[in-house]
Design a protein around this ligand. Structure first.
Ligand SMILES: [Ca+2]
Ligand SMILES: [Ca+2]
Length: 84
């Protein structure tokens, strides 16, 4: 998940929580295959419904990759850990 962390560090506004978010990303990708399924996402973010997941899954392949997760965070669809 080094790529995910590097992207987050590149987002200046989110730099303060980059380490925490990187840790959370690892938690979300429970099996470490580099993508996040709806089951993996809901295990960490129970509030994310299938509809929200589909909205974040912009290429509609049924899983979230790093770029989609970043976009979801930026759009506020995926709550950041700092939101409590
Ligand atoms: Ca996974
Ligand atoms: Ca996708």
């Amino acid at each position: 998940m080094t790529k995910f962390i590097a992207i987050l560090i590149g987002l200046g506004a989110l730099a303060n929580s980059a380490i925490a978010m990187g840790e959370r990303a690892v938690e979300v990708d429970a099996n470490g295959d580099g993508v996040m399924t709806v089951d993996e996402v809901q295990a960490v973010y129970p509030d994310i419904t299938a509809e929200v997941f589909a909205e974040v899954d912009t290429n509609n392949d049924g899983v979230l990759d790093d770029d989609e997760m970043i976009m979801g965070l930026e759009k506020g669809l995926v709550p950041s850990p700092s939101d409590g």
